[in-house]
Design a protein around this ligand. Structure first.
Ligand SMILES: [Zn+2]
Length: 602
């Protein structure tokens, strides 16, 4: 049973006092802040026809100082809220600051269009001006998208249309998250299990094969019944992406999504090509799975089945900290010392479950706070990996705060690199130390292999499907349930190989993947894990300089474009070289798994 928040020993909770002493101090700062009249502060800049470099500097200084203060107020409120979501004081605090944030965003919504209304020559002169030097990279981003920005009245129309354009994505969420109910499924002994989006993943990992099959068929059967609706919903979103791309003069939907984030389309294509040309490694894993499970035919519902019996080793939080810190040694003494401090004396981590605490785990904070970690640590191996993962995020944030505020946030494209990097270090540490029985080692290997299958291979297959459906729309070709399911089956056949039997329901899975509505997002899971693998490889084997390069990547925030930051750290994401490294790692894990297998089964 979880205990009330007030009874949680303070050493197990995060220390929010570096931000505010208590609720009263926080509230005083919010009340103070609320005196600011954003619209009045913004007016002189909004109303002047053309900005001078000096005015632009003053505008940026104003904007970012207001945002910095609001972020601090917001961050404290959201952490305070999450530690006990039933606490009314926390709810009110969060709602008040969110409302304030909306006012702030609205009061400055004219800022970007205003800067973009200047000619390219003028914006370039801002970039070169000494006055605006601290904001150079922000202006460089703006000048990039300037050719894809429409005249003011047309931009207003685009903004007005966006709510209508979002309708099919919203309808998908409504039917998928709220309206859909799945029938209960029975396991092989006749016991019923409730089937929801949340339990589906758990049931697919069950050792009970009949249960897995029933869960798979019940879920996909439900989607199949509504395949026409789902095809129309997906088509609606594709048409939205196509409209945006065309209206803004991009060559393709892919370019329209990646270009504003400073990611070249070559990164996307290199990922797909590299995974495709090394797909035999996934086939090797599928073959092994079939052998270990001892099945005559391997079906889609067998893909998630664990290859090893569940070995539940228990870890204390202190052991998890010790393992994480030990694993991070390749990053040098300064990194290790700072992380040790953070996880112990400085109390970054809110460790255990309590009544009404937010579930799951995250790393969060702001420029003026420590990089906090929320966890619900229960002592499983997965929890140890979660700590290493979140510690990776938190140290990335901590290092990024060496940047000035405006370039301290890192891009989504690199967001999962540092976290996956630390998870990878931890798995190496656990495997090299040979901790636990062969069965425990095998379960670590199984966990890693599943991670790569789900993150690297499956997300690349998704990325390829996403590209296919967008290209069809660009070429004016129809989107029907038959075409979607045929393509999806064909991709499954290619990725998993001949040893996986295709179920008549394999093809319909496209209908239940929310990420296909995200406009080219999933590839970043695959590139993230690939970059992390390549960087771990460098840091562990290429000496001091590789370590320095990686640490300076962590300190770079968004001071340069994400691809350039990774390239300075030693990884070229447009060549597919990192993806090759990641696949080689899978191959090595398979070797290890095969070697350990006889001692597990005997
Ligand atoms: Zn993460």
């Amino acid at each position: 049973m979880s205990i009330p928040r007030a009874l949680q020993p303070s050493q197990d909770t995060w220390d929010l006092t570096p931000m505010y002493q208590d609720f009263t101090a926080w509230k005083k700062d919010l009340d103070d802040e609320a005196q600011q009249d954003y619209a009045a502060l913004a007016a002189p800049y909004r109303d002047s026809k053309q900005l001078t470099p000096k005015q632009l500097r003053a505008l940026f200084d104003l904007y970012y100082s207001l945002e910095r203060r609001l972020r601090k107020i917001y961050t404290w409120a959201h952490l305070f809220h999450d530690q006990d979501i039933a606490n009314d004081e926390g709810k009110q605090a969060l709602q008040r600051v969110v409302a304030r944030y909306h006012t702030f965003s609205e009061s400055f919504s004219w800022m970007e269009p205003k800067i973009l209304s200047h000619s390219i020559a003028k914006i370039t002169s801002f970039i070169e001006s000494k006055a605006t030097a601290p904001y150079k990279v922000i202006l460089e981003r703006l000048v990039r998208i300037k050719p894809h920005t429409l005249p003011e009245e047309q931009e207003a129309l685009m903004a007005m249309s966006s709510r209508a354009m979002d309708a099919s994505h919203k309808a998908f969420s409504a039917i998928n998250d709220a309206d859909f109910r799945f029938a209960d499924v029975q396991d092989s002994s006749g016991t019923p299990h409730s089937l929801t989006h949340a339990t589906y993943g758990v049931l697919l990992r069950s050792p009970d094969r009949q249960l897995r099959q029933r869960a798979f068929e019940t879920v996909h059967g439900q989607y199949q019944k509504y395949e026409n609706t789902f095809a129309e919903l997906l088509n609606g979103t594709l048409q939205h992406h196509y409209f945006e791309a065309k209206a803004r003069g991009y060559a393709s939907c892919l370019e329209a999504s990646l270009f504003p984030k400073d990611i070249p389309a070559s990164v996307y294509h290199a990922l797909i090509q590299t995974v495709r040309s090394n797909i035999h490694v996934l086939h090797r894993y599928v073959h092994l799975k079939k052998q270990v499970l001892g099945v005559e035919e391997l079906h889609p519902w067998d893909l998630y089945a664990p290859l090893t019996p569940d070995v539940s080793s228990a870890y204390t939080f202190d052991q998890a900290v010790e393992l994480t810190i030990q694993a991070c040694h390749p990053l040098g003494a300064a990194y290790v010392d700072r992380l040790t401090q953070g996880l112990t004396a400085l109390r970054w981590v809110d460790r255990y479950e309590n009544l009404n605490k937010r579930s799951g785990a995250y790393s969060s904070g702001c420029y003026d706070s420590p990089p906090y970690i929320l966890m619900n640590f229960k002592g499983l191996l997965r929890d140890v990996f979660t700590l290493a993962h979140e510690a990776g995020h938190s140290m990335h944030s901590d290092c990024s705060r060496r940047q000035p505020f405006q370039t301290s946030d890192y891009a989504i494209f690199v967001a999962e690199v540092a976290s996956t990097f630390n998870e990878e270090l931890l798995s190496q540490e656990l495997l090299q130390r040979g901790i636990g029985s062969p069965a425990a080692q095998a379960s670590i290997l199984n966990e890693k292999l599943e991670d790569f299958r789900g993150t690297l291979f499956r997300q690349t297959m998704f990325a390829e499907f996403e590209l296919f459906i967008h290209e069809r729309v660009e070429h004016g070709e129809p989107i029907t349930p038959k075409i979607l399911s045929e393509k999806y089956t064909e991709l499954n056949r290619f990725y998993y190989g001949d040893e996986l039997c295709m179920s008549p329901m394999t093809g319909i899975e496209w209908a239940r993947i929310p990420h296909f509505y995200y406009n080219f997002y999933v590839y970043q899971y695959a590139t993230g894990i690939s970059a992390a693998c390549a960087l771990v490889d460098r840091v562990c084997h290429k000496g001091k300089q590789a370590q320095i390069d990686y640490l300076s990547f962590l300190q770079s925030g968004s001071s340069r474009f994400p691809i350039d930051l990774l390239s300075s750290a030693g990884v070229d994401m447009s060549s597919g070289e990192a993806v090759v490294r990641a696949i080689q790692r899978v191959d090595a894990l398979l070797d290890q798994f095969e070697a350990i297998l006889p001692s597990v089964s005997s």
